[in-house]
Design a protein around this ligand. Sequence first.
Ligand SMILES: [Zn+2]
Ligand SMILES: [Zn+2]
Length: 211
Amino acid sequence: MESYTEVPPTCKRCHLPKPERAHHCSVCKKCVLRYDHHCPWIHNCVGHFNHRYFLMFLTYLPIACVYFVIMGAGPFMLAADPNSDDNWPYWLDQAIVAFSEVLAVAIGVAVGGMGIWHWYLALTAQTTLEQYNNAYMRKVCKKRGEKFTNMYNFGIIGNFQDIFNIGPRGHYPWYTALLPIRIPPIGNGKRYERSGRGYILDFGDDDEDMV
Ligand SMILES: [Zn+2]
Ligand SMILES: [Zn+2]
């Protein structure tokens, strides 16, 4: 509480102060700073402190899939040939090679699509939940003849730098954005710098999980 200038709203579920952009996760049973979503695949929430690693995962996995698909195209074509039994040069079975190639395409497309979506959110400074609210506010503003701007948005480059803790506000050199190493995000996750424009959105105590 000492870090707040004003008393933040209280979470209805865990009865603790709920900082801006935080949301209660019904699976983890606690409030998560800059909550994005609860990911069953990593059995954890994606939020303020692990957003960087989540984005890297969504980037490097599709790249690995593309590499695998290209390198495995030759063996896959051979495995698909019904006459390949006699001249099959690989240690692994044809079925496993063919299945791996199909799996790499499927995972590459699925995770790649999710990666594009999450990069869009990250570069526009929105969490998955905020994106719903912002889309609604955009419609409301349009009806009023006004233009909605997201107050956490510092532009594509600024948002990128904030997530990876680089650039003028960051503390690390630019190339660390490429490395899967442990780097904390900018800020404590409880208060966020605002771009000085846009709406202050007050949606009240919306504790519904929108996952
Ligand atoms: Zn809570
Ligand atoms: Zn969670």
